[in-house]
Design a protein around this ligand. Structure first.
Ligand SMILES: NC(=O)c1ccc[n+]([C@@H]2O[C@H](COP(=O)([O-])OP(=O)(O)OC[C@H]3O[C@@H](n4cnc5c(N)ncnc54)[C@H](OP(=O)(O)O)[C@@H]3O)[C@@H](O)[C@H]2O)c1
Length: 278
């Protein structure tokens, strides 16, 4: 079993998400399992190392698909994150959830385990304590949170012996609230801000179109690069088929100038976080 502290961990800055793999909140029997397993396997072959999932996705079936996809790859080369759903955040619930997740993934230790969405009915100390016990027992190397505001993140860090590796939040060109409120606190506390849904529901404005034309990149690559060019920001994006894998990986190599970043800061559309920060 592997163990370690957040300091020793190398978190890949760009990873593959799995929301809607295997279904939405329930397993969809008509799902294209083979196609999604193939997309994940091709992604690993091309160089992706991080896969993000949750017991909530397709009621655990996304984890089952990932288990099939990663079989045969060197486990040490991969970084697997999963999340405990808010109905399972009592001490016993966390243990049951983690055991189920590890079983479905076919691994004995996660690289990071996240508190998915805060549940105020359970004391934060209880949940963070349970996550820390999982670290001590070698069931996850690190822990983190998701959709946590700056103040809740600070409270979670204060009652966690293991450092928080990341706070996973809704962030993209149009959804700025988490970037505006959390970038500073995350940097100060050594916690990575990991952006979820970097692409969905975004449309290019004329400024983006011109930047893409000049650089010969797609709008989606520009959106990913805008996030990845910010300090201490990591990104996960979902690709259900292999067609976008290479293009997405290439986006990690794009270096935007300060002038280009300024232009993108002026992107006109603004939306609130899809999951409000707790
Ligand atoms: N912590 C949380 O509460 C939370 C909430 C939501 C999501 N997440 C995580 O964040 C991940 C990403 O979010 P998301 O899946 O909602 O949205 P997303 O990654 O912003 O968008 C996925 C969509 O973008 C397309 N796409 C990906 N790369 C592309 C490219 N290079 N060019 C053009 N289109 C591209 C995909 O198409 P194809 O499938 O056709 O490639 C898919 O339709 C999730 O999968 C999940 O792991 C976490």
């Amino acid at each position: 079993m592997r163990n370690g502290t957040a300091k020793e961990i190398k978190l890949p800055r760009l990873g593959m998400g799995t929301w809607c793999f295997g279904g939405r909140t329930e397993h969809d029997p008509g799902n294209d399992d083979a196609g999604q397993i193939e997309a994940l396997r091709k992604g690993i072959e091309l160089g992706f190392r991080l896969i993000d999932t949750a017991e909530y996705y397709a009621s655990g079936y996304a984890e089952t698909l990932i288990g099939k996809a990663i079989a045969g790859f060197d486990r040490k080369e991969l970084f697997i994150t999963s999340k405990v759903w808010k109905t399972n955040v009592s001490r016993d619930g966390v243990f049951r959830a983690a055991e189920g997740t590890l079983k479905r993934l076919g691994i004995d230790c996660l690289d990071c385990y996240l508190y998915h969405q805060f549940n105020p009915a359970v004391p934060l100390e209880e949940t963070m304590g349970a996550l820390n016990e999982l670290v001590a027992q070698g069931m996850t190397r690190t822990v983190g949170v998701s959709n946590f505001s700056a103040s809740l993140m600070a409270r979670a860090a204060a009652c966690s012996e293991a450092p928080l590796l990341l706070n996973q939040v809704h962030a993209n060109l149009a959804v700025r609230e988490a970037l505006e409120n959390l970038s500073g606190p995350c940097r100060e506390q050594g916690i990575v801000l990991q952006a979820w849904r970097p692409l969905r529901d975004l449309e290019p404005d004329p400024v983006c179109e011109e930047l893409c034309r000049k650089r010969g990149i797609t709008f989606q690559q520009l959106c990913l690069a805008w996030l990845l060019n910010q300090p201490n920001v990591a990104v996960i994006t979902a690709m259900k088929t292999p067609r976008h894998l290479k293009e997405t990986l290439d986006a990690a190599e794009i270096r935007l100038t300060p002038e280009e970043m300024d232009l993108l800061d002026g992107y006109p559309c603004r939306r609130p976080c899809g999951v409000p920060l707790a």
